[in-house]
Design a protein around this ligand. Structure first.
Ligand SMILES: C[S@@+](CC[C@H](N)C(=O)[O-])C[C@H]1O[C@@H](n2cnc3c(N)ncnc32)[C@H](O)[C@@H]1O
Length: 274
């Protein structure tokens, strides 16, 4: 079984911009997760898949003197950008670590908190990792994850399209493309839906789970366009969507009025203790 693979989205400056757009999109739910984690100034926090550092910045703002954030990512390009963004932000220290989180290295030692935003679904069969993670943590370690949901909103989108809003089709096409890309890479786009149950089964305590939908607006559409821009060649080569169809979908997205759009994403927020 493959434990990890290259990050299937991009790691360029443009990918970092997409993650920044995503951060604005997930601002409220990110802060709620950090409230759940009850961060204390001197905590040692380990962040899985910190990417270009936009969630890391939010964590660091809540830490103080003696606090440390270990940002672990397998993409050198994104980690480099995280370093530039997060160094010298305040009293707490940022330590970037280039590693595959599936291997649970020595960087995990002494963690008071383990967190990740929109990351777990990039790990094939992440349930194994979550079980092994609990075995490595000291009891009481606080855990918090945000995982996106690209599937459940498709039910409402399909209903709306069938009842007089055909212009919403590019939102569902995008949802289909991202789901199919993940499935073609043997990763599950729906890890969040079963995350609370997985953590309970692995013996984590006090598991709390919430689901919220995220608004659809001009930022959402920008994010979708960037997705096509980054992974277009892979969508084409995997037979998920041809270049011609991608160009058509991008045009339809650009033409879509951004007022009054129904959500195309949800997000699961799950917290517990080891
Ligand atoms: C969708 S991005 C999220 C980035 C960041 N958490 C945020 O919310 O802005 C997923 C991140 O996970 C990283 N990643 C994917 N697989 C990984 C692995 N096996 N080990 C470490 N990092 C990984 C990618 O490089 C990428 O930075």
């Amino acid at each position: 079984m493959k434990s990890s693979q290259p990050y299937i989205l991009g790691d360029s400056q443009r990918a970092a911009r997409r993650l920044e757009v995503q951060d604005a999109h997930f601002a409220a739910v990110s802060e709620q997760l950090l409230d759940d984690l009850a961060l204390m100034p001197a905590d040692r926090v380990v962040e899985f898949g910190c990417g270009a550092g936009s969630f890391s910045k939010r964590v660091l703002r809540r830490l103080g003197e003696g606090g440390v954030l270990i940002g672990v990512d397998s993409s050198e390009g994104l980690l480099h950008q995280a370093k530039a963004l997060c160094e010298n932000l305040g009293p707490a220290r940022f330590e970037p670590v280039l590693a595959d989180i599936a291997k649970l290295g020595s960087w995990l030692e002494g963690a008071d908190v383990v967190t990740a935003r929109t990351m777990l679904h990039h790990i094939p069969m992440v349930e194994f990792l979550l079980g092994r993670l609990r075995a490595r943590l000291k009891p009481g370690t606080r855990i918090g994850f945000l995982e996106p949901d690209f599937r459940t909103p498709l039910g409402r989108l399909a209903y709306l399209e069938a009842t007089g809003r055909p212009e919403l089709a590019p939102l569902s096409m995008w949802g289909t493309a991202i789901n199919q890309l993940y499935l073609a890479n043997h990763i599950s786009p729906a890890v969040g839906a079963t995350l609370a149950q997985t953590l309970s089964m692995a013996g984590y305590r006090n598991v709390r789970s919430a689901w919220v939908e995220t608004r659809s607006d001009a930022l959402t559409v920008e994010n979708m366009l960037m997705f096509y821009d980054e992974v277009g060649p892979r969508l084409d080569s995997l037979g998920i969507m041809s270049f011609g169809e991608i160009a058509r979908q991008c045009r339809l997205l650009r033409e879509l009025p951004t007022e009054n759009l129904p959500p195309a994403w949800g997000i699961f927020r799950v917290a517990c203790e080891a």
